[in-house]
Design a protein. Structure first.
Length: 136
């Protein structure tokens, strides 16, 4: 698989991105290839894709610039593939309260993008989970 194939899978299977939805990807200098791939994948899926490259934040939990927070609140789907986490920010909470589906990927690397849990086959995971649940 190449970067765009992995990104498309993430957007379709994990984020349920639909054609015509507004999709925002936030990335920094540590995730250039991942951010660009997510942007391209969103466009290929027919979403209104927007990419915002931000300066690497000093630590997790810092609020993004207001323009980024506004874009998050206006998007249907947001993926933040950044070095520091946006998970526990007011910007993320506000966007969720407006209905945005958000995935944060703090510290994601290209190796994780191709070989980590993000590559799991969810059909197989479901089958195994149901089998184990049945045994319990």
């Amino acid at each position: 698989m190449d970067f765009i194939e992995v990104a498309k899978r993430i957007l379709e299977e994990n984020m349920a991105l639909k054609e015509g939805e507004t999709f925002l990807v936030i990335y920094d200098e540590t995730t250039l290839q991942i951010g660009e791939s997510l942007f391209e994948a969103g466009a290929l899926l027919g979403a209104k894709s927007v990419a915002m490259r931000i300066k690497k934040m000093a630590k997790s939990g810092m609020e993004p610039f207001p323009i980024v927070a506004e874009a998050m609140a206006d998007a249907d789907v947001v993926v933040a593939a950044t070095a520091a986490s946006l998970t526990h920010t007011k910007a993320k909470k506000d966007a969720c309260s407006k209905g945005a589906r958000i995935a944060t990927m703090p510290g994601i690397t290209e190796d994780m993008f191709f070989h980590g849990p993000i590559t799991a086959d969810y059909k197989i995971v479901r089958e195994l989970t149901e089998r184990v649940s049945g045994l319990l």
